[in-house]
Design a binder for this molecule. Structure first.
Ligand code: ZN
Length: 340
């Protein structure tokens, strides 16, 4: 990790901030000081299929990190899916044992204080926009390409969440401009067919390569084979990059972000950064269709770092109130306004 001493942005909360990345297999906690320097880092396995166990693991992680660095000023959590503002319950989590649970309320009660929560790809985007690969850009679209496919949007330093808390969720839109053999596509865990996630995630790349060649290989193995001159592996990477370009071009046509930052396991495929801008060109509806695609600065740490930034950038509005509940109330009120 590079040395880091960015001063806190103007008007932001001071003190130590604890960010937690709740993943499907592991939970990572990082305590950041106001300069973004990690004061403590701890990883534990996720109690899979166990809601009570997940809450207990998070409580244990908070106490052990505070035992190491002292009390923190706030806690943020990057989670799969999001808290649906209308019900306060989890939606869209591929860690499906969280879905339908009032996770924000239960977690705040378990740790005895307010907790800020956001989707993991939102936290990734916030971290990279704040002091990472997208720092200084007016708008950043952060993409996670791992076991799933997520996205988050940060505009002028602020996370865009939306009244349904789904802003940036491009992974469950269908692959645009499909060829005949790409339509209607495979069934996704979400119940739809042909979702971007079923074409561009790590498992999707592996499945496509297997279908074409009969070989079971991970994304990184396919990339290594392509580098060693394996033409079939190269062809699989080419199909994957071209589909990813179509999906991202659709996002650009709607949001026109200044910069795209990739994260997740497949962000280590270095050919994506040189090839994607040119592959996107034919589909971007602009006189200048070129857009910069950058690798992440913080990599896997961006989930936890972005969760900590959630506290830094959100604490002014929520000033120690029941953060989750208030957020939901505000968004509910906005929705009612919109209906009037
Ligand atoms: Zn889907």
């Amino acid at each position: 990790m590079p040395a880091h001493d960015n001063p806190p942005h103007k008007g932001e909360a001071q003190g130590l901030q604890l960010g937690i990345d709740l993943g499907g297999t592991k939970i990572e906690g990082q305590v950041l000081d106001p300069y973004g320097r990690a004061q403590a880092i701890k990883r534990i396995p996720t109690p899979r299929e166990d809601y009570g166990g997940t809450l207990a693991a998070l409580v244990g992680l908070v106490s052990s990190l505070e035992a190491e660095v002292g009390p923190v000023a706030g806690i943020g959590v990057a989670m799969p899916g999001s808290i649906a503002p209308a019900s306060g319950r989890v939606q869209n989590a591929n860690s499906t044992w969280l879905n339908g649970r009032p996770f924000g309320k239960d977690l705040a009660r378990a740790v005895g204080r307010p907790v800020m929560l956001a989707n993991d790809a939102d936290c990734f985007a916030l971290s990279e926009a704040y002091d990472g690969a997208g720092q200084g850009a007016e708008s950043v679209f952060g993409v996670i390409l791992g076991t799933g496919c997520g996205g988050g949007l940060v505009v002028e330093g602020a996370l865009v969440r939306g009244p349904r808390a789904i802003a940036g969720e491009w992974g469950h839109n269908p692959l645009p401009w499909p060829s005949e053999d790409e339509y209607p596509g495979t069934r996704c865990w979400c119940g739809r067919r042909g979702c971007m996630e079923t074409w561009v995630s790590g498992p999707a790349l592996a499945r496509d390569h297997h279908q074409e060649t009969g070989q079971m290989m991970t994304g990184e193995e396919i990339a290594r084979a392509a580098q060693a001159g394996d033409a079939a592996a190269r062809a699989s990477l080419d199909r994957h990059a071209e589909r990813l370009a179509r999906g991202l071009a659709m996002v650009v046509n709607i949001l026109d972000p200044e910069v795209i930052v990739l994260g997740g396991g497949l962000s280590r495929l270095s050919h994506l950064y040189s090839e994607l801008p040119d592959l996107m060109r034919p589909h971007v509806f602009a006189e200048d269709p070129w857009i910069e695609v950058r690798p992440p600065r913080w990599g896997d740490a961006s989930g936890a770092r972005g969760a900590a930034r959630l506290v830094a950038t959100g604490v002014q509005e929520d000033s120690g109130q029941e953060a989750v509940g208030k957020d939901a109330q505000q968004q509910g009120a906005q929705r009612q306004d919109a209906q009037r």
